[in-house]
Write a protein that binds this ligand. Sequence first.
Ligand SMILES: Nc1ncnc2c1ncn2[C@@H]1O[C@H](COP(=O)(O)OP(=O)(O)OP(=O)(O)O)[C@@H](O)[C@H]1O
Ligand SMILES: [Mg+2]
Length: 463
Amino acid sequence: MGKVLIVDDEPSMRRILAANLRLDSHGVVEAAGALEAKTILAGEDFDVVLTDQKMPDGNGLDVLLAAKQGDPTTSVIFLTAVGTLELAVECMKEGAFDFLTKPFVPDAVRAAVKRASERTALLRENAVLKTAVLKLEGPDEIFGESESIRAVREMIGRVAPKDTTVLITGETGTGKELVARAIHRNSLRARRPFIAINCASVSETLIESELFGHERGAFTGADQMRTGLFEAAHEGTLFLDEAGELSAAAQAKLLRVLADGEIQRVGSTKTRHVDVRVVAATHRNLRDRVQEGSFREDLYYRLAVLPIHLPPLRDRREDIAGLCDVLSTRIAKEMKVPRRPLSQAAMIKLTQYRFPGNIRELRNLLERAHILGQHPQLQPEDFPLNPATTAELKPDAELDAGQLAALLPGHLDLREVLGKIELALIERALNATDGVQAEAARRLNLSRSDMGYKTAKYALGKR
Ligand SMILES: Nc1ncnc2c1ncn2[C@@H]1O[C@H](COP(=O)(O)OP(=O)(O)OP(=O)(O)O)[C@@H](O)[C@H]1O
Ligand SMILES: [Mg+2]
């Protein structure tokens, strides 16, 4: 059963309550007033707090606030002689679990404490499950076995716990935001805010106030003081997406906060100190922007202390099959549809595609195919690819060996795999020629005696 704190200034009251609660095997601690309760709550967590309303050294609401501050899952029950409706409403508003009046009916108190302790247990279980889910999605959510993605994962592991600025580069849809979140989650700031802003989607005039806040009257339309995202992200991480698009003024301010952690709201001369880790991302080549003069060189060096580059999907085709697997599982779960594997032909079609939208595009294609596909396996026609970007799609005969190899796992028995491919190709040729070996041999550019030898080897029989 639960751990209960009884708060009441009357010793006899505490004694009767404690005796009753022990009948239900609760662990009971007593406090003789609001102050003592606060001291106890500062050092220990309870499942349930049962508190009197009016005490000489404070009231029940003080106790409630102290309890919630220590552990928000604690359930608080008020027990009061002055049972007015207004008071009950106020307590409930502040987050009390229940409200009972004195003189109390012992069974009613026992029942209320039991419900309260069950509620706390549920809330805690929920919180544990949530962290477990987060962990499950952890860095492994950045999927891929290719050399380059392994290196990215390793880099995330190394840079996350440090407080350094990170610059993530990569084409659209390569997972920049995913990486930024993984860095935050694996850092010491994980329990503090992660705030993301897309610098390209805020106008040049507003970006400064968005990031650093503004004072009332700082500019036309600023009729309220506003804190900026740097202040909101205090002790956490600020993700500056598309940082290449920052205005010159915002770049200057950003440089300052990176250099000495100081910001000024727009329209204010007061400096404020913030403790924020900046993770920036861009799909552009920032060095080119520096050359053009549209990005400050000093800021570039500050941001790019630790660069992480995400390779486009077409440069790591060996990850496509595995990504299809992982993404299909997620899609099936999220959309509550049956998970469908890709037919071999569909897989070949995808591995030959350029993926200008990278993993996001792959995910969208798979989603669409899962909704619209007509067969248990996804077929090539379930993936309508943009012809302008399928230039690499070649007829079977010219299939690129690298692309074919990309379909296979990294660790394999070469002889066995080559044997299987040989067998599959001979079978296909024999099927296509209705079993006429001479014709099949011609299609495969094999001599008839080689063909004879191989069909015997694979026991394909003669027709
Ligand atoms: N390695 C990966 N493993 C699994 N899913 C991934 C991976 N990389 C990206 N994704 C998924 O692809 C989608 C796009 O990722 P994300 O939004 O992080 O890309 P981005 O680089 O920020 O794109 P943009 O530049 O367009 O903002 C997301 O749904 C993300 O979960
Ligand atoms: Mg993004």
